[in-house]
Design a protein around this ligand. Structure first.
Ligand code: DSN
Length: 437
């Protein structure tokens, strides 16, 4: 067997036997994996249905059209007013294509600050250096949460927008647990003549299932990735109002991308059909209920939850009061079989690689069928792990840091206490099996 196939088997076992708690991850359906691993990957189809630059696209056209109509149907959008592009390879290229469609180089964007839950693709500069392509092309300005509440004050964003006068206002991100008020942001954007882009990559499945508010009534463009709460393959959908749809399409292809990944588009179409079911609606509501239960239990156990709680699928834990970096907690939890991701928190004095927070999510646990009772058990394990490793800071001196962190990583995977929890985690996973083929 090819070494790669052996590694895939190991990865499958890892996914089966650990708790997938990164909020942007999920298990897709077997039928999605069949579509993504199909012969569709052999086909080139630059262009759009009925307007391709290659021959032999009869079935590819049918799949792309079906994917588009399923997307509009799922989100109850009138095809006379809305269009959807299903070709973007993922969230970052989708956002780039949207910005490229609506803006001229140098135009101003107003987006959510990364440490406050925003996303790299909405623009990011660090220590005076423009890191992302969006920051190199456009003039990025940020809005921030109120540090006392961890929530956005929309009056302040309004004031900022009037000062900056952006051409595009962007919302959405990776670590903001309250729901976003799209109505307010749309009004703020319109007052200064800007477009409003709602990036609902994280909440897509929650919106589809009716567990989070819809952005469509209040946005010019809605972008979502398809592999998070929506449970499809990695990909993205760009919904736009009809007036700007041609600009978006020509910005995706040929503006930013070449041939679409037809196997992915087919996988997305499968997931969209599944998301129309009552079962999926229940899933979306249970995902939020689980996140709320997790946040409540962690609070009981003495953790500070950023924004106070959650209204979505994710919980952001501020570890500053525990005097331990998210880096240590992330590795210790991994040794215990709990896979999370460290994250910055608002007004973090630490760096994104060694941040002060921990980001937890319930989409994949809910796919396994877990409920509030299991969230309580898991919160208990997290608290025990944090207590077990105790207060720890990242050494300033690079040499000392390298040595200490390397030693810590080796120690945790031999630590009897953590391995004991790992055993309990495996038992829980066995009680809630997941079909990975
Ligand atoms: N990197 C994804 C996340 O983890 O939220 C978003 O692109």
């Amino acid at each position: 067997m090819d070494k790669i196939l052996q590694i895939i088997k190991q990865e499958k076992k890892r996914q089966e036997e650990t708790l997938m708690m990164i909020p942007s991850e999920n298990y897709s359906y077997p039928e999605v994996r069949t579509a993504v691993g199909s012969v569709l990957m052999h086909k080139y189809s630059e262009g759009y249905p009925k307007k391709r630059y290659y021959q032999g696209n009869e079935f590819i056209d049918e799949i792309e059209q079906l994917c588009r109509s399923r997307a509009l149907e799922l989100f109850k959008l009138d095809s006379e007013k809305w269009s959807v592009n299903v070709q973007a390879l993922s969230g970052t290229p989708a956002n780039l294509a949207i910005m490229n469609a609506l803006l001229e180089p140098g135009d101003k964007i107003l987006s959510m600050f990364l440490y406050d839950g925003g996303h790299l693709s909405h623009g990011w500069s660090f220590k005076g250096k423009n890191i992302t392509l969006s920051s190199k092309i456009w003039n990025i300005n940020f809005y921030y949460v109120d540090p006392a509440t961890g929530r956005f004050g929309y009056a302040r964003i309004d004031e900022l927008a009037r000062k900056v006068r952006p051409k595009l206002v962007v919302s959405g991100g990776t670590a903001y647990a309250p729901e976003i008020d799209h109505r307010r942001l749309y009004a703020i954007a319109k007052k200064v003549g800007a477009y409003y882009l709602a990036d609902v990559s994280h909440e897509a499945g929650l919106i589809a299932g009716g567990a989070n508010r819809r952005p469509f009534e209040y946005a010019d463009v809605v972008m979502m990735t398809t592999h998070k709460t929506l449970r499809g393959p990695r990909g993205a959908l760009i919904f736009s109002r009809k007036e700007i749809a041609d600009k978006i399409d020509s910005s995706v292809f040929p503006g930013v991308q070449g041939g679409p990944h037809n196997h992915t588009i087919a996988g997305i179409a499968v997931a969209l059909e599944k998301a129309k079911s009552q079962e999926f609606k229940n899933y979306a509501h249970q995902t939020v209920a689980n996140a709320k239960a997790l946040a409540t239990e962690l609070k009981w156990k003495g953790f500070r939850i950023v924004s106070g709680s959650t209204e979505k699928h994710l919980v952001l834990v501020d570890l500053q009061s525990k005097k331990v970096s998210g880096w240590f907690v992330g590795w210790a939890l991994e040794a215990a079989g709990i896979i999370t991701n460290r994250s910055t928190v608002p007004a973090d004095s630490a760096t994104p690689y060694y941040p002060s927070g921990l980001r937890l999510g319930t989409p994949a646990l809910t796919t396994r069928g877990m409920k509030e009772e299991q969230m309580k058990t898991i919160a208990g394990w997290i608290a025990k792990v944090v207590e077990h490793i105790g207060a720890r800071t990242i050494p300033e001196d690079p040499e000392k840091r390298l040595k200490e962190l390397k030693a810590f990583k080796e120690e945790v995977f031999k630590d009897k206490f953590l391995l004991g929890i790992n055993k309990e985690v495996k038992a829980l996973c066995n009680k809630f099996p997941i079909d990975l083929g």
